[in-house]
Design a binder for this molecule. Structure first.
Ligand code: ZN
Length: 271
């Protein structure tokens, strides 16, 4: 019997469903209110974790999607970082965490990558979307920002076809898109009071243990975030943002559209 020929051609993977790893944490059938994307595992927890805990505390569901496995990171392996991402998801109480494999440091703006993001948005059908900021030190963060922002719009186009688990997906455009703030100290359009959740959100951050300084580590840091003072620097920024709104801790965001005020007194309360 002849071996099947092994030519250079291979069947293209189905757009939107390829390279997808999913960790289902818990599911009670309620829909997802917020879906947070990050270029790398830990982007979300470092930048908007306490806000996500606020949302969960208000009885709504949150899902997270890492666009890459972080395989180009100086510290940890894709496998150890996936275990850390799972531990973070459990600590935070997300409904689900998805890891795509769009290529750490190769996060290019391609049709396949755009469709993969559209597919995740359509799968969870969130009202609010969070993603990286458009101006950042790491080029992947900038690329992720553009990819997710555009996917947020395109996900609402019925003529753009994607499938998940063999089924055609329905179009869905999230109502709100927020960019969290990372390394660059961008002036926020909005600051969320996270005084009640900031401490708890550190459990999600510290789950990524390989990335941060620990007792016994050598003095010379391998990366910017491995510096001993990095986590206290993050706390200082959250304190400074909190100060701007008369709160203990704050997380800052950039808006992608003028916000609508439906209830003046709910948005601008007495106290
Ligand atoms: Zn990152």
């Amino acid at each position: 019997m002849r071996e099947p020929s092994r030519g250079p051609w291979r069947r293209p993977e189905e757009p939107g469903t390829s390279k997808q790893y999913t960790m289902q944490i818990e599911s009670d059938g309620r829909g997802v209110y917020a879906l947070a994307f990050g270029a790398h595992p830990d982007d979300v927890e470092l930048s908007c974790g306490a806000t996500l805990l606020n949302i969960i505390g208000e009885g709504r569901q949150v899902a997270v999607c890492d666009l890459t496995r972080g395989e180009m990171g100086t510290l940890g392996t894709p496998e150890s970082r996936r275990r850390e991402a799972e531990a973070a998801a459990r600590a935070m109480g997300y409904l689900e965490r998805v890891q795509l494999d769009l290529g750490d440091s190769k996060l290019f703006y391609t049709e396949e990558n755009l469709h993969a993001v559209v597919s995740v948005i359509r799968r969870f059908r969130p009202a609010a979307l969070f993603c990286n900021p458009p101006d950042e030190r790491h080029p992947d963060h900038v690329k992720a920002s553009k990819l997710v922002s555009d996917a947020c719009y395109y996900a609402g186009l019925r003529q753009l076809k994607t499938t998940f688990e063999g089924k055609e997906q329905e179009a869905h455009r999230p109502r709100h898109l927020f960019h969290y703030i990372q390394y660059r100290d961008l002036p926020p359009d909005m600051i969320v009071d996270v005084s009640r959740t900031f401490e708890a959100s550190r459990r999600g951050v510290l789950a990524f243990a390989s990335q941060f300084w620990q007792e016994g580590d050598p003095d010379a840091p391998a990366t910017m975030i491995k510096r001993k003072e990095f986590l206290s620097g993050l706390e200082a920024r959250a304190r400074a943002l909190g100060e701007q709104i008369g709160a203990l801790y704050g997380e800052g965001f950039l808006l992608s559209a003028v916000p609508a005020v439906h209830s003046f007194t709910a948005c601008f309360p007495d106290h």
